[in-house]
Design a protein around this ligand. Structure first.
Ligand code: COA
Length: 333
């Protein structure tokens, strides 16, 4: 086959050591393990505690893990894409710093932001660079230090999010493996329902914005939940239909880990058994850009060459979508 497809050829991940359990949250806010577990599926999440360490810390660790596992020479990487909603700082690209730190000295780099769909959109971007024949090695990292933008007195949000990162390498494939199809969507109606009001160009940081707590995430959970359920299920079902895939043909659903009930609703619509649904929300909560590659890393042993994977995500904005990918390797390469 002469056509170039974009395959994932290596995976890496990193989560911080500190575990914030539901039991500890019970001592911080008015909540309980039973409520959190039944409403979200989350039992614990990881928090980056190192002083002065930002999202780049997580991203570098995940990329280094990939480099060690795969044995690739970082000097061969052409592009480092950092999917994140929590860059180290508003100006000075975090991805550039990460690329330099991991020794990707011949790469160019930039950040990509689409809230919880950042990584999924990044897969599309990475694949396009590979399919066009322009680049041979694109490192896509998804990393977020969500704890840096969460108010730990707000029980509506602080139970949900955690810190973490994952990385994948995209390379050309000539056997038809890798990305097969994508459906990416967005709708600005979502802006009011999941946002941080201050610190941007509309409302720059000031004494008042700090005093009014406007630098942390606000979420209208019920509304976001409604849109997320229909959005993720719609695109996942559509991508199956468009590619003539039955539930038997799909080996794995790799869905954004925001709420177990949203993942279940998507799997139901696709007609998938629960043993085909990758889940780690109980361990990490919602790590935003980290969730999809963390799933790949946790389940890498189970993925077989030729397996049909459906990725799905939903995030602030709103942003959402689905990607159909054929897995390209068995773990022992
Ligand atoms: N512990 C205990 N009770 C809580 C609570 C908590 N942490 N948070 C909210 N509650 C209470 C509410 O005050 C409310 O009480 P009331 O009925 O007396 O008013 C009740 O529980 C129900 O709250 P509600 O917000 O309606 O719960 P929910 O079932 O919608 O679950 C979320 C809340 C946030 C878990 C859920 O809406 C959700 O997952 N939303 C989508 C998140 C998402 O997908 N984001 C995607 C972008 S990444």
């Amino acid at each position: 086959m002469n056509t170039i497809t974009a395959a994932i050829t290596a995976v890496g991940a990193y989560v911080p050591e500190f575990v914030l359990s539901n039991q500890v949250l019970e001592t911080m806010i008015d909540t309980n393990d039973e409520w959190i577990t039944t409403r979200t599926g989350i039992k614990e999440r990881r928090i980056l505690k190192e002083k002065g360490a930002g999202t780049s810390f997580l991203a570098i660790k995940a990329a280094q893990n990939l480099i060690e596992k795969s044995g690739i020479d970082p000097k061969e990487i052409d592009l480092v894409l950092l999917a994140t909603a929590t860059p180290d700082m508003p100006v000075a690209s975090t991805g550039v710093f990460v690329a330099t730190q991991i020794g990707a000295v011949n790469a160019f780099a930039y950040d990509l932001q689409a809230a919880c769909s950042s990584f999924l959109y990044g897969m599309s971007t990475a694949a396009a660079y590979i399919q066009s024949g322009r680049y041979k090695k694109v490192l896509l990292i998804g990393a977020d230090k969500m704890s840096s933008i969460i108010d730990y007195t707000d029980r509506a949000t602080c139970i949900i999010f955690g810190d973490g990162a994952g990385a994948v390498l995209f390379e050309p494939n000539h056997e038809g493996l890798g990305v097969q199809d994508e459906i990416l969507r967005s709708d600005g109606i979502g802006r009011e329902y999941l946002k941080i009001d201050a610190g941007g160009s509309i409302l720059p940081a000031s004494k008042e914005t700090v005093e009014n707590g406007l630098h942390t995430v606000f979420q209208d959970g019920k509304t976001v939940f409604k849109y997320a359920v229909s959005g993720m299920a719609d695109v996942s079902e559509k991508i199956m239909q468009r590619n003539n895939l039955t539930h038997d043909d799909v080996n794995w659903l790799i869905a954004h880990q925001a709420n177990k009930r949203i993942i279940d609703a998507t799997a139901d619509r696709m007609g998938l058994d629960e043993n085909k649904v990758l889940v780690n929300i109980h361990r990490y909560g919602n790590t935003t850009s980290g969730t999809l590659p963390l799933l790949l890393s946790d389940y890498e042993d189970k993925l077989k060459k030729g397996d049909n994977l459906i990725f799905a995500s939903f995030g602030g904005g709103f942003t959402w979508g689905s990607i159909y990918l054929k897995w390209a390797y068995d773990k022992q390469r």
